[in-house]
Design a protein around this ligand. Structure first.
Ligand code: DOR
Length: 430
């Protein structure tokens, strides 16, 4: 056994195999040295009253580097992630330039090398995310990129998407789609419905998302490819994914914390902090997304952490960019919202926040079972801590959180990355 350095003491270990009261001993080599009773090490981190779990894994983080370093950097985004309990995030490729080549994969990975969490890189499906020509996915896959997306936009051209699926299948990688038909969504700044009519803000209909979900399910059936649906927001999308899974297609899906909790009514104050793509929808859509999370239709809760500088988010609603912060609040929002449906099933919730997204992203070190020898990527969660979100306290370089002032239940106490406590008692250690 490697020399122990740290022990997480007095917690309830929750992983894919269930729950048990146990200490977790971390070795000098950054792996779990032992799990059991009365373990000792030179450094003790108190996990009393807490859940000790595999670190959270985010499938959908916009880290903005290179290109928009005033909004976020890989370092600041990874700090938000660690504070939120994440030990790995998948960086979206809508940087400037886009991550659409081996050189860009190398660049963002090297920025992530000293980050406070693992930074896995997703590659673009098309060159420059322009939707015209397939990106060199093979050269990125050869570097270990496992997930490809044009996120921020969906691949519009049906034939190109078919070819992308065939290409991806051959490489054994997964495509992730931001489902938005650009013609149907054109000019829309919020959900098209009762509130867009009242406010006089042009909307995007639910169908702008749903026609692309439907098309990609058809193309997945045709090609046998696997497809991951990003940030599903409508009842119709959830129903289609449920049916596709029942049919046996290799589809997976994520939902964001904001689509589990917030509706288009929040746009009534014309505050662009509530502007996001896909837009906040109706009560019925929120209920359907929650139901999809609870019945397993949705595999992952993913943040879509999308920082924007204050100046941009202070523009009028129709001129402000869409997007919301999410990494520091995702766990608290998920606990707060899902506990309204009954007692939290922690194995189910952590599956959605940790090992299911890890499996979708192909992150083999982030498995759901905590055993001796596994890399010590861990988070310690106080499930009963109630806290108020203070935008000014965020580790992000941006301030666009829709949760400001809200009280959330469930907070991260410690985060351990490869054996290093990067967050202790809610504070980053470096
Ligand atoms: O609201 C959004 N913001 N949705 C996206 O798909 C992209 C993201 C961003 O990059 O700001």
């Amino acid at each position: 056994m490697p020399d122990p350095t740290v022990v997480l003491k007095g917690g309830r270990v929750v992983d894919a195999t269930g729950e048990r009261a146990a200490d977790v001993l971390i070795g000098a080599d950054g792996t779990i040295a032992a799990i059991g009773a009365d373990l000792i090490a030179p450094r003790v981190l108190d996990a009393g009253g807490c859940i000790v779990a595999p670190g959270l894994v985010d499938l959908h983080s916009h880290l903005r580097e290179p290109g928009q370093e005033d909004a976020e950097t890989v370092e600041s985004g990874s700090r938000c992630a660690a504070l939120g309990g994440y030990t790995a995030v998948v960086a979206m490729p809508n940087t400037t330039p886009a991550i659409d080549s081996a050189a860009m994969v190398h660049e963002v990975r090297s920025l992530g090398a000293t980050a406070l969490c693992h930074v896995a890189v997703s590659g673009a499906i098309t060159v420059g995310r322009a939707g015209e020509q397939l990106a060199p996915m093979a050269e990125m896959a050869a570097l270990g990129v496992r997930i490809f997306t044009d996120d921020g936009t969906g691949v519009q051209d049906n034939r190109l998407m078919r070819r992308a699926m065939e290409y991806a299948s051959g490489l054994g990688v997964r495509l992730a789609q931001h489902c938005e038909d650009s013609a149907l969504a054109a000019g829309g700044h919020m959900h098209e419905g009762e509130w867009s009519s009242r406010l006089g803000i042009p909307g995007q209909p639910a169908e702008a998302e749903e026609v692309m979900v439907q098309r990609d399910i058809s193309l997945a059936r045709l090609t046998g490819a696997s497809i991951h649906f990003q940030h599903l927001s409508t009842a119709g999308s959830v129903a289609m994914v449920r049916a596709a899974k029942a049919e046996g297609l290799d589809v997976t899906a994520e939902a964001t914390p904001h689509h589990l909790a917030l509706t288009h009514a929040l746009c009534a104050g014309f505050d662009p902090v509530f502007k996001v793509n896909p837009p906040l929808r109706t009560d019925a859509d929120v209920a359907a997304v929650v139901a999809g999370v609870l019945d397993g239709t949705i595999d992952a809760i993913a943040t879509d952490h999308a920082p924007h500088v204050q100046e941009a988010k202070e523009r009028p609603f129709d001129q402000a960019p869409p997007g919301m912060l999410g990494l520091e609040t995702a766990l608290g929002v998920a606990v707060t919202e899902l506990s309204k449906q009954g007692d939290i099933d922690w194995v189910q919730l952590l599956a959605l926040l940790s090992w299911q997204p890890a499996a979708i992203a192909g992150l083999a070190e982030h498995t759901g079972t905590l055993v001796e020898g596994r890399a010590a990527h861990l988070c310690v969660i106080d499930p009963t801590s109630v806290w108020a979100v203070d935008a000014a306290q965020s580790a992000s370089l941006s301030r666009n959180t829709p949760w400001a002032g809200r009280r959330l239940t469930g907070r991260v106490r410690h985060t351990v990355l490869a054996g290093e406590p990067v967050v202790v008692d809610g504070e980053a250690t470096r």
